[in-house]
Write a protein that binds this ligand. Structure first.
Ligand SMILES: Cc1cc2nc3c(=O)[nH]c(=O)nc-3n(C[C@H](O)[C@H](O)[C@H](O)COP(=O)(O)O)c2cc1C
Length: 246
């Protein structure tokens, strides 16, 4: 099997890091790998803010609801939607940028941010480092904006810890692949049975890890999805000049 495919099929999030710094060379390679990723219309509507400073990482850890691995991992990268950069280009062309106000614009930039995150993860893991994506920076986006000194028309969408692995994590099982891959037409007829089976699989996974607090997938998701868990995203995005379409 191909080495890259093997690496991707062995993905796991790491939440335990050593003190060893990530070298400048490694970090540069990881960032260059993501920099060469595609963006919609070649808009290059993404910027990365790399944080190594321990006090800043501690603050991000706190803003993300107290996630110790953010303070522990030596590098934290925030993937920023950057319509400030594109606005400068659009202005130069003599036009007025509108896309940033729309759901379409936010969706496009979120896709580009996801591609960037994926490339960062693969590159870091290819160098033997551990990573964990961090969506919880959206818990308090205004404080992240202030901490990273982000200008209007930008938004910190997702982050990622990078570091040398202290305790490796086991592969987390996924729901049956039939709930992921559909051929020729969408078919949800197997979903209910697959969810039942997966609830059981994930409980066995928690038991193997000795995690008495582990919940079935459906219950865990229900606890999150029963509410708008990061309600400040929309109002803060609007304050940044984004997502203001009716
Ligand atoms: C966009 C995104 C945001 C995430 N945010 C967090 C987070 O804030 N904190 C965390 O510990 N894990 C976070 N995760 C990791 C997921 O919990 C993890 O990917 C999932 O449980 C599957 O486990 P695995 O990555 O080990 O396979 C995030 C993952 C993604 C893709």
């Amino acid at each position: 099997m191909n080495e890259t495919i093997n690496l991707m099929q062995a993905h796991r999030s790491i939440r335990s890091y050593t003190d060893e710094p990530v070298s400048d060379e490694m970090l540069d390679q990881i960032i260059r790998a993501a920099w060469h990723g595609p963006t919609s219309m070649n808009s290059q509507d993404i910027s990365l803010v790399v944080v190594r400073d321990a006090a800043k990482r501690a603050r991000i850890s706190e803003l993300a609801g107290g996630q110790p691995w953010i303070a522990q991992a030596p590098v934290f990268i925030t993937v920023v939607i950057d319509f400030h950069k594109t606005d400068l280009g659009v202005r130069k062309s003599g036009h007025t940028q509108m896309i940033h106000e729309s759901m379409e614009g936010f969706g496009v930039a979120a896709v580009d941010a996801g591609i960037t995150l994926g490339n960062l993860m693969t590159a870091a893991r290819a160098l033997g480092l551990g990573i964990v994506p961090i969506g919880s920076i959206r818990r308090n986006p205004q404080a992240m904006i202030e901490l990273l000194e982000l200008p209007p028309l930008t938004f910190p969408l997702v982050g990622m810890c990078i570091g040398h692995i202290k305790n490796d994590a086991p592969l987390k099982p996924r729901m049956d692949i039939g709930t992921f891959r559909h051929d020729e037409r969408y078919d949800a007829s197997g979903y209910a049975a697959a969810i039942n089976a997966y609830d059981q699989t994930i409980m066995e996974y928690w038991q193997k890890l000795g995690r008495a607090d582990g919940l079935p997938w459906s219950e865990n998701l229900g606890n999150s999805y029963k509410q708008l868990y990061f309600p400040l995203v929309k109002p803060v995005a609007a304050m940044q000049g984004l997502l203001n379409d009716k």
